[in-house]
Design a protein around this ligand. Sequence first.
Ligand code: PLP
Length: 417
Amino acid sequence: PSRDQIHYFGAGPAPLPTPVLEEASKVLLNYNDSGVGITEISHRSADANAILAATQQALRQLLDIPESDGPDGYQILFLQGGGSGEFSAVVLNMVSAWVGGKLKEVGGDEAKLAEVVKNQLKLDYFVTGSWSLKASQEAARLVGGEHVNIVTDSRKHRDGKFGVIPVQSTWTATADNASTALTYYCDNETVDGVEFQSTPTGHNLVADMSSNFLSRPVEVSKHAAIFGGAQKNVGTTGITIAIISNRILPPHAELAKPELLRKLGLPVGPVVLDWPTIAKNNSLYNTLPIFDVWIAGKVMERLLQIHPTSSGPKIAGQQAESDKKSQLLYSTLDSNSNVYHVVPDKSVRSRMNICFRVKGGDDAAEKAFLKGAEERGLLGLKGHRSVGGIRISNYNAVPVAAAEKLAKYLQDYAKQA
Ligand code: PLP
């Protein structure tokens, strides 16, 4: 089939707006009438720098990201290594900033510092789905499990399976903020269909927004760091976007030197994951895949153009569209509850990844459902292999018309099931 005959609901890589891809095919051959394609130009050229600046600016506008050089400002970085690379980067950078701060507090006394690290260092993790679980496991691999504190493991509140975010009164955050190098959460759990409905509280807050990036306003100022792989809501696979608070970067933060970290038995990471280095070089420390940055920039430009709002966050228009699509799909599932069962609890349903079972998870019924969908050009609906079932990924590039067509199929299938 041709592109316009199908609707694609894959979980990532995700669909991209067709006009962006059409323009991309042109710039791959000849960028800006230079006779050279965009993947062939130097990442240090004026063209590349302009692409980088425009993309950063669009993102600042969409999410109202504070721009100052002072402690309240944020840097926008483009990294490689995917969301998974940031699972490591988060630990390496936040621990380095925490240890640097402690060194100052103990007046440079390294013996004292070693005691402080041993007795105090804690990395807090909300484990609300398979991605935050993986991130917490990476933290334990890097710094040792004794330094990792699980604020909540939602499986313990729901028969060993993800699908809920336990109430705050049950959370066991590290009591003393002075010990907390980071508090980590995954804003939207792609595999389990669980999304935070508001920003959780936590000291040195870090968020993985890979699968709901640019789908609603974000309280940026509550965070030390926010990151997301581009390949779901923003662009092509190959870049990870990070929004980093100046408070954890020089000159506002003193970082622990590699020699000191080694002495303390703490990890020293690869330089390409070192946020201060990448920030200092405006993401051009090494070769940046500028085509991926261009794609992300074009997607962001469209979000700004398609949803102009005179006041309030510029992303509010996209939020309204995401809400409309997800409400239609959930209400269709709910009104056919004899056939469909939404997996996560109603209170935490993701607007981006809608996970459900057909006839209680009956294998033949789910296969038939997927086959019928495919016949209508509705693709990418199979659930993640670890949990099975059906998953509708409702990312930004999924048009309202696609959600409507899928809702119609949900109705039709239920009628004859
Ligand atoms: N975080 C979330 C929420 C994800 O959905 C994914 C991938 O699907 C990742 C992290 C890992 O991203 P990557 O494959 O880019 O390493």
